[in-house]
Design a protein around this ligand. Sequence first.
Ligand code: CTP
Ligand code: MG
Length: 225
Amino acid sequence: IKIAAIVPAAGIGSRMQVGHPKQYLKIAQHTILEHTLNKLTQLSELNQIVVAVSDSDEYFKTLKLSDKRILAVSGGKERADSVLNALLALNDKQPDWVLVHDAARPLVTVHDMQKLITQCVADNEGGILASKVKDTIKRGESHSLQTVPRGKLWQALTPQFFPYQALKSALQQALKNGVAITDEASAMEWAQHPVKLISGRSDNIKITTPEDYDLACFLISKQQE
Ligand code: CTP
Ligand code: MG
């Protein structure tokens, strides 16, 4: 089977507030994007690694990336547009499956990615890494009106792994219909495709704010021990 990875890396990182896209912040010698790509290149299952990069990005070309499977394509306005552009770039050499992984999640483990791929391929169903919600969750605005039972709540992570054709048409249709899509799974759910929840490590955080960055520095140093 043919599997391609897609790495949305075309965001501006507005919530990080560092004046340049957060995927180019350094942690222990390497940029966040390099750490992420380093995890993906350890997967021998991948035939291609497509990175969606902004047209105004000046940093990507300065990275030293030696893996021949890596290809950069133009990103889009929203994350879903970036992922769709990468899917369309694969039109001539369509894979069977795609593994979509945020550039901003360098802490993912190779073990968790392999577990996701293995279980989805075995059952022939798409799925995502997710972790069970651990906090007490409140609903409300200025005051809490309700405590939401968390028994069936999961935090969606990436990678998210789906059949190429099904994901491409679900994203196209969902975008055309103005559906709010913040991950691939939301488009697949909307198109009524199965989305398996595969339990993954909760320290596979998305680096979004300065607090996340500090935590990621610690977690990366721990992973490198
Ligand atoms: N992303 C993308 N194309 C966009 C927007 C986001 O490829 N138009 C990517 C980001 O680079 C990131 C991932 O999607 O790797 C998750 O998005 P997020 O954490 O929201 O990153 P940013 O959009 O860059 O950050 P912010 O929302 O704070 O501006
Ligand atoms: Mg964003």
